[in-house]
Structure formats: C-alpha cells, structure tokens
Design a protein around this ligand. Structure first.
Ligand SMILES: NC(=O)c1ccc[n+]([C@@H]2O[C@H](COP(=O)([O-])OP(=O)(O)OC[C@H]3O[C@@H](n4cnc5c(N)ncnc54)[C@H](OP(=O)(O)O)[C@@H]3O)[C@@H](O)[C@H]2O)c1
Length: 271
C-alpha cells in the first residue's frame, strides 16, 4: 500500500502528516513530534504563527530521525508576507527548527500582493533552500490570478476540507492544474468525530470515525495532517493503510457536504 503521494514536480509527500496547530508548549510539541515519528509519521506540518517551531525542531532531533527522511512544512505568516519580510521570516524559521532546508514552504493566507512576492518563494526554491513551494487557503479565483504569473507553480494548496466542507469544485480545479490538496481541520477540530453517519461507517469497517475521514481523503488523493498530542490517537490516525472504503460509501461521505466552514473564509478574513 503506498503511503506517499507524488507531487507535480515528481517529489513525494507522505499522505499522512502530523498537524501541530494549538500546540504552544515547546516540550509538548517536542514530545508529540517524537511520538509521531515513533508511530511511523514522516511528515510534520507547522507554521511560524503556531509558535512551536522550536519544539518541533527539538522533537525531530530527539527522535534521532535522519533529516532527509522527514517532510517538514512551515508557513510564512501574513504580517511577514504583507511587509516583504519573507526571506527574513524564512531564515528565522530555519533557525528555530534547527534545519538548513524546508521540504514545503507555504504562503499561509492569501494576503498582500501575492502575485508579486511569489517570486521570492521561487527564488528560495531555485536556491534549494525549499524543496517544494505552495499556498494555503487559496480559492480558484486567487489561483486564477497567481498561476499565469508563476515560473514555478505551487505544488500544494492547503485548505479547510472535511465531510461537511468537501471542496469538490476546488479539488477538481486543482486536479486540472496539477496542484495537490492538503486538508486542514479534517476533523473540524474533533467536532466531526461524533457525526452519526461517520460513526455508522466506522462500525461497518471496524475503524474509528477519525480513520474513516482520513481514509476518505486518502482515497480522494488528498493529503491529511491530523493534529493530536495523545500518543494513542497519534497511532490511530496513522492506521489507515490496512482497509479500503467502498465506492458507494465514499459517495455517501461526499453527500454529507454542507459547504460548512469551521475556520475563516479566505475571501474575507481579517488577520
Ligand atoms: N493552513 C492553515 O491555515 C491551517 C489552518 C488550521 C489548521 N492547519 C493545520 O491542520 C492541522 C489539523 O487541523 P486542526 O488542528 O485545526 O484540527 P483537526 O486535526 O481537525 O482536529 C484536532 C482535534 O481532534 C482531536 N483528535 C485528533 N485525533 C483524534 C482521534 N483519533 N480521536 C479523537 N479525537 C482526535 C485532537 O485532540 P487531541 O490532541 O487531544 O487528540 C484535537 O482536538 C493543524 O494542526 C495545522 O497543522 C492549517
């Protein structure tokens, strides 16, 4: 069973990564990253704004994993994007993470003149400091604006995506542009795990609602980055490669869509 997806530039990304939003304590971040690596994760998602890059970096070192075996994502925060501080912010992230390159660097939110500063992401990519570049929270309208101006296209768009907000039009659009989607808040921060339809499917497959959501994304070619600080749940969220959801059940999960966001709308956020 393949546990990686191939990006449009030929690079691989592990299909399951560890999300780290709302893990503010550096020791908790370090222990969580180490537990995830012990459970088999090879992909960690952080961001400068999460305030835990130092702990994430420490967890990577403590785990003893080789740098080349980890796919590490971080994101440039909005103030830095608006103020033209991308290179400086990037250098600060490297310093906190104690690494000398990043596997995936994302524009955290579509803010400022992204059609202009995307060239800085392209330069970091040319210089080998970043192995892949991408965006987050970009709508089709925003990608339509950005893509014609790209010398190096974003390989990933990281967006809110879950069974109540399936993002099918964006998924189809990104597929046509060879951009992979990563799902954030895939569990709606835990809320969705009590959904009765998902619990019924969990019972049918002898899995948990969390594993049903993760597997649904995986079978749709969507990258998952579930967040947990609990070692048992970290393991649970990685155990999705040993079963398969039938086609009709995938469609049933699709049908739960309500276009319901848990987080802000990229067209009108105010931060
Ligand atoms: N690009 C962006 O703008 C953006 C925005 C939001 C998030 N993200 C990324 O996406 C990641 C995931 O999203 P998220 O953190 O918002 O929420 P999430 O992954 O949807 O849900 C995390 C919540 O679910 C609980 N949980 C996890 N696994 C579970 C399981 N197997 N059973 C029961 N409960 C479980 C966690 O609690 P415990 O920790 O107690 O297990 C936590 O409260 C973030 O951590 C971050 O890396 C990106």
């Amino acid at each position: 069973m393949k546990t990686d997806f191939t990006l449009s530039n030929g690079n691989l990304v592990p299909a399951i990564g560890l999300g780290t939003f709302r893990i503010e304590d550096q020791s908790v971040a370090a222990n969580t990253v180490r537990a995830a690596i012990e459970a088999g994760y090879r992909h960690i998602d952080t961001a400068a704004i999460y305030g835990n890059e130092e702990g994430v970096g420490r967890g990577l070192i403590d785990s003893g994993i080789n740098r080349k075996d980890i796919f590490l994502t971080t994101k440039i925060w909005n103030d830095e994007l608006r103020n033209g501080r991308i290179r400086e912010a990037f250098a600060e992230s490297l310093e906190r993470l104690k690494v000398d390159y990043i596997d995936l660097l994302l524009v955290h939110w579509p803010t400022g003149k992204y059609t202009e500063y995307w060239s800085v992401f392209e330069e970091l990519y040319d210089e080998g400091l970043v192995k892949n570049i991408g965006v987050s929270n970009f709508t089709m309208r925003m990608l339509d604006e950005l893509l014609p101006l790209c010398r190096v296209k974003p390989v990933i768009n990281q967006v809110e995506l879950h069974p109540l907000f399936t993002q099918k039009p964006l998924l189809k659009y990104c597929d046509s542009k060879e951009i992979s989607l990563t799902a954030w808040s895939g569990f709606m921060v835990g809320e969705l795990l009590k959904n009765t339809e998902l619990l019924k499917l969990a019972e049918k497959y002898g899995k948990t609602a969390a594993q049903i959501i993760l597997r649904w994304n995986y079978q749709n070619g969507v990258i998952n980055i579930p967040k947990s600080t609990n070692p048992e749940r970290i393991k649970e969220n990685f155990r999705i490669f040993d079963f398969k959801i039938e086609f009709d059940d995938l469609k049933h999960i699709d049908s739960l869509n309500q276009n319901l966001r848990k987080g802000p709308n990229p067209e009108n956020f105010d931060f």
